[in-house]
Design a protein around this ligand. Structure first.
Ligand SMILES: NC(=O)c1ccc[n+]([C@@H]2O[C@H](COP(=O)([O-])OP(=O)(O)OC[C@H]3O[C@@H](n4cnc5c(N)ncnc54)[C@H](OP(=O)(O)O)[C@@H]3O)[C@@H](O)[C@H]2O)c1
Length: 286
């Protein structure tokens, strides 16, 4: 019986892991929300690991308020960097394998083409930099960590682009969506399945891995596909990022190459349109 501790269990990814947990009859999960285990309470982290003695920890906890992080720097770095280092170290101290989730926001958004895992990072926001520091802390304190960089995450749970667009498209005759940021969406349900695939894989392969659905799109393309799937009448205007200023800068290109997960874990990500359709179907079922 494997034991898996999931932090940040009330987030999009945490809840998707919870949804599939029952499929794994040989696994005892412990799902801990921010209230149960604030990862920046280091003594509580140590005590929790000592008491449960997990074989794996999946860190889904993160400070994810990208714009707010610009003014709440200290908290962003504590949660996304310092606490990740502590989690990784505590996991290492009891031979618990550590899986940490990171972001496309660590990449150089000005680069043309896909980002590879060994490309030089260049975060342009506090959030991106705090996540990058978290990766480094995890690797330093626990060199056997697996770090999964993902992008544009959505889910039936929580607040995200897909749910916001569905609401706006039903409420408004016209909306504007950015059309000069390129990337790939990730259905959190697919990411959850991939993480469990990695845990069940024949051998543990530490390192950094990109993960998203397949596809190269803009937020405007994403919105148009949502519109089609929900048969909305709303007009969608493509706009440049400069027309939608935000406190935190976003990478213009966050496309990630995913050959490494294909070769290391024999895993082929699902096409973004297929997963979006599945998520919207799941949402409409309630
Ligand atoms: N969402 C995206 O578009 C995106 C893109 C790229 C990478 N990622 C990364 O993917 C991972 C999962 O993201 P997600 O979309 O599932 O995020 P999410 O929905 O915001 O979930 C994060 C969870 O972490 C919890 N949390 C925050 N501070 C905490 C703390 N100090 N201690 C314990 N828990 C804490 C939050 O608690 P509350 O529920 O109480 O707020 C929330 O439940 C994160 O590492 C994120 O950086 C996300």
């Amino acid at each position: 019986m494997k034991k898996i501790l999931v932090t940040g269990a009330n987030g999009q990814l945490g809840k998707e892991l919870h949804d599939i947990a029952k499929q794994f009859i040989d696994v005892e999960f412990l799902f801990l929300s921010r209230e149960d285990l604030p990862i920046h309470h280091f003594d509580l982290v140590r005590n929790t690991f000592q008491a449960f003695k997990p074989d794996y920890c999946i860190n889904c906890a993160a400070y994810t308020a990208v714009d707010k992080a610009e003014t709440e720097k200290e908290l962003a770095y504590i949660v996304n960097a310092e606490a990740v280092g502590i989690l990784a170290a505590v996991a290492a101290s009891i031979q618990c394998k550590f899986i940490h989730v990171s972001t496309d926001y660590i990449y150089d958004g000005d680069k043309k083409g896909e980002h590879f895992e060994d490309n030089l990072p260049k975060a342009v926001s506090v959030y991106g930099d705090s996540k990058l520091k978290g990766e480094l802390a995890a690797i330093e304190n626990n060199p056997t960590s697996i770090i999964i960089r993902t992008s544009w995450v959505y889910s039936v749970h929580g607040n995200n682009f897909v749910k916001t667009m569905m609401r706006l498209m039903r409420d408004r005759p016209e909306i504007s969506v950015v059309n000069d940021q390129h990337g790939s969406p990730t259905w959190a349900a697919d990411l959850a399945s991939f993480i469990m695939h990695v845990i069940g894989y024949v051998n543990w392969q530490p390192g950094i891995y990109n993960f998203s659905n397949e596809g190269n799109i803009t937020w405007y393309d994403f919105a148009n596909e949502i519109k089609q799937l929900i048969s909305a009448d709303c007009k969608i205007n493509p706009i440049p990022t400069s027309d939608y200023p935000t406190p935190a800068k976003r990478p213009a290109n966050s496309l990630m190459n995913k050959d490494k997960i294909k070769s290391s874990f024999a895993y082929t990500p699902i096409d973004w349109k297929v997963s979006l359709k599945n998520c919207i179907q799941a949402l409409s079922k309630g």
